[in-house]
Design a protein around this ligand. Structure first.
Ligand code: SF4
Length: 456
């Protein structure tokens, strides 16, 4: 896009929150490039600054307002256009203008495709514009500019039809909309042709996938179909809802080595009383049945989860049930949060708020408990061999980082590795959050068989 001084306008995107947002930012970057913008190296240099926001916790919103303050002077002086996109934009809408009157554009995560027309409205004299409607066409991603050269995110379902009492997502991302299997498979094949070897299927609840085409492909069938694309070495998927998790998904992982043997299955609490107040739609016992399904697989599937502590009404006994669930389930990783009240959510109406100090005490205890479990599980892997996708490097130190198919991070020393390559290692040490390994010589087997894992 040429301005009146004939200079190409530039943009810079800052992303807050989850992988869905990271991928949305890739789509927005692609859209802006297609509109003739150039990417700027920093927010200081950019004509258009886009904050792609998260609303899952109050703290995330405060961070965005504090970041917006950095651009206030330039925005008021007419040197910068400031746009707020994403979940917080959808949730707060025009209220953002009240708190940060120098913001020019507010658009929710379901309307980012309207960005070019919203920018035109600004250029033609509008002071402030909004895009807050849900867009059923949100999936066409032909312009996406991906940041990672070997792992690609691919959205299969947007939105959420559940109604967990603490969660803003149904308000910010709208109802569930699944892509057709044909559109997903075509994009996956395109990605492989471009050189990607790992695809991560994304959705708020990937396993609630409902193919809108006459074929009605199930999520497990879709996983298998993606995994069978020649040239693809790893397929991941996140996040799964326990209620919709089926044996067919486990069977697909068992029969397709390309499907990574890792499942992220958020439990949120180990107490039935809390799960009911959260409206999670399963009991502890039903959740454990899903875990038993996963543990019955032929491949060793690693398990991670999300937990919220201090949900309204959570007693000490409820909290202890969460600790015993960790013992029973033996997760390989956990994301934990203290409950944070969010606008519009049913949990706001619940009494018995847990004091902040008590929430902090519980989360510290929970993390210490899980840390021990992870350390013990990781120590059992010392001496085992894995295939790693090399993802990061510290050349000065001769250190590289890779990930196993079951999502464990391994650090290893090597003179020279190519990022994005697959290498065999043997585990030589273990901490609670990562492993240390030694690089093995490339075997014929590891070159041939994607996803090979002889570790567990
Ligand atoms: S399943 Fe529950 S926690 Fe997950 S996005 Fe939907 S409402 Fe939020």
């Amino acid at each position: 896009m040429d301005t009146c001084d004939n200079r190409t306008r530039t943009f810079y995107i800052e992303t807050f929150g989850c992988q869905m947002n990271v991928h949305d930012s890739e789509k927005v970057a692609g859209l802006l490039l297609a509109q003739g913008y150039d990417a700027a190296a920093s927010s200081e240099e950019a004509d258009l600054v886009v904050l792609n926001t998260c609303a899952i916790r109050d703290k995330a919103e405060q961070k965005v307002f504090s970041r917006l303050g950095h651009f206030k002077a330039d925005a008021l002086a007419g040197k910068k256009t400031v746009a707020v996109l994403g979940c917080m934009a959808q949730l707060e809408g025009e209220k953002i203008f009240a708190q940060a009157p120098y913001v020019h554009l507010v658009a929710g995560s379901a309307s980012y495709r309207k960005l070019p027309s919203l920018l035109v409205q600004l250029e033609t004299g509008n002071q402030r514009v909004t895009g807050l409607e849900y867009d059923d066409q949100a999936f066409e991603t032909e312009f996406t500019r991906r940041n990672n050269p070997f792992r690609a995110y691919l959205t299969i379902i947007e939105g959420c039809d559940k109604a967990c009492a603490y969660c803003v997502v149904p308000f910010t991302r709208g109802p569930e909309r699944s892509r057709t299997n044909a559109s997903i498979l075509a994009e996956a094949r395109r990605l492989v042709a471009e050189g990607y070897t790992e695809i991560q299927l994304l959705g708020q609840n990937v396993n609630s996938y409902r193919d809108p085409s006459p074929h009605r492909m199930s999520f497990a069938e879709l996983l298998a179909a993606v995994a069978e694309i020649p040239g693809l070495r790893r397929v991941r998927f996140t996040t799964s809802h326990p209620r919709d998790f089926t044996r067919e998904i486990v069977d697909a992982i068992d029969s397709h080595p390309t499907l990574c043997n890792h499942v992220h299955l958020p439990v949120q609490s180990g107490s039935n009383q809390v799960l009911a107040r959260m409206a999670r739609e399963y009991t502890r016992e039903e959740y454990l049945e899903k875990i038993a399904l996963i543990r019955s697989a032929r491949r060793a599937i690693s398990l991670t989860t999300d937990i919220i502590v201090g949900f309204p009404g959570e007693t000490e006994a409820d909290f202890e049930e969460t600790l015993t669930l960790l013992d029973t389930t033996q997760y390989d990783g956990m994301f934990s949060f203290t409950y944070s009240p969010r606008p519009n959510t049913p949990a706001l109406r619940l009494d018995d708020q847990v004091p902040e100090e008590e929430k902090r005490r519980r989360i510290i205890a929970l993390q210490a408990w899980q840390r021990e479990i992870q350390l013990a599980r990781n120590q059992k892997l010392v001496g085992k061999q894995f295939e790693l996708l090399v993802e990061g490097e510290n050349r000065k130190r001769g250190q590289y980082t890779g990930r196993t198919t079951n999502n464990r991070v391994v650090n290893f020393a090597s003179a020279e590795e190519k990022l994005g390559s697959y290498v065999p290692i043997r585990v030589t040490g273990a901490g609670p959050h990562s492993l240390v390994g030694e690089r093995l010589a490339m075997s014929v087997a590891s070159q041939r068989s994607p996803g090979t894992e002889r570790g567990e």
